[in-house]
Design a protein around this ligand. Structure first.
Ligand code: GLU
Length: 294
């Protein structure tokens, strides 16, 4: 790679093939393409398919079709997360070796029961920025000998990050550079708001947070352009970058396209699916207008 190529900005659009792309994805993909073009940068496409129970090859093909219809082209080969589990496994191992990851044995049902018991006792349970209850401290505080016995017994478990220990060992507050449609400038990262995030799931390999952080670094991504729904998650990504010794991209979290009910679009929102709009005879220029791009 020449020095010149090295200096080019690298953007990526990273959809999950677990449904049809909708107008929100169109805004994200078009913004990535526009920003790459204006800065003379590169555009990568990453297929985030670690959750194999929800992702299908048909949805992946549909992503290629929808993007091509939008007039977007990307570099080949496309990175498919399901083909890189070893890289995420290595990152997890590094965090385990640093003493910052612990096996988490509680099922979703057990967490729910634990939280509602506490709430019934009148103890308010902290929630993460998405409204989900934080993982209880039970496994984090479990004596090593207990942990080893449960692991030796083959008990089903995830791996979680001990966020309090990780931030304490880091010893400094993290920030990120934000240029998007919400708060801008140097944003103070608050990974502790998420509690002990999952690094490796018991029902699917790796976690969104771990794989996205590893991939952005391995692919040399310099600019992450994605929806404001992932704004707060950036705090976790910054923490993982620091712990794993990875560079921090610039972040640009764009406005969300809301449905008629005022809520964020979901992949099941049939009438805003790009394929449905295409079938109604809309053109890619119409889509640009619909998502508010001139
Ligand atoms: N795969 C995520 C999604 O489809 C996007 C992740 C990201 O851009 O960081 O919502």
């Amino acid at each position: 790679m020449t020095v010149l190529e090295n200096q080019r900005s690298v953007f990526r659009f990273a959809p999950s093939p677990n449904g049809r792309l909708h107008l929100g994805h169109a805004l994200s993909a078009l913004l990535n393409r526009d920003m790459a073009k204006t800065s003379g940068g590169r555009l990568l496409l990453r297929i985030e398919d670690i959750d194999l129970s929800r992702c299908t090859p048909e949805f992946e093909t549909a992503i290629f079709d929808d993007l091509t219809w939008l007039g977007i082209s990307w570099e080949e080969p496309v990175r498919r997360q399901s083909e890189h589990l070893d890289e995420y496994r290595q990152a997890l191992q590094k965090l385990i070796d640093l003493g910052l990851a612990y096996p988490a044995f509680m099922s979703r049902g057990e967490v729910k029961a634990h939280v509602s018991e506490a709430e019934q006792r009148g103890q308010p349970w902290p929630r993460d920025p998405d409204g989900a209850p934080l993982y209880p401290p039970t496994d984090r505080e479990r004596p090593t000998i207990d942990k080893e016995r449960l692991l030796a017994d083959g008990r089903r478990h995830a791996w979680r990050l001990n966020v309090a220990k990780a931030t304490a060992e880091l010893g400094r507050r993290l920030t990120w550079t934000e240029t998007g449609h919400g708060p801008k400038g140097h944003i103070a990262a608050r990974p502790e708001d998420w509690g002990d995030i999952v690094l490796w799931r018991s029902d699917a390999p790796s976690s969104y947070h771990l794989s996205v952080t590893v991939d952005d670094a391995l692919q040399g991504v310099t600019h992450v352009v994605r929806g404001l729904d992932l704004f707060h998650a950036t705090a976790v990504h910054r923490l993982l970058q620091e712990l794993l010794g990875l560079p921090a991209p610039v972040y640009h979290h764009h406005r969300l396209i809301l449905g008629a009910d005022g809520r964020k679009l979901s992949k099941s929102a049939g009438d805003t699916a790009l394929a449905a709009l295409r079938a109604q005879g809309l053109t890619s220029a119409d889509i640009r207008r619909l998502v508010g791009l001139a």
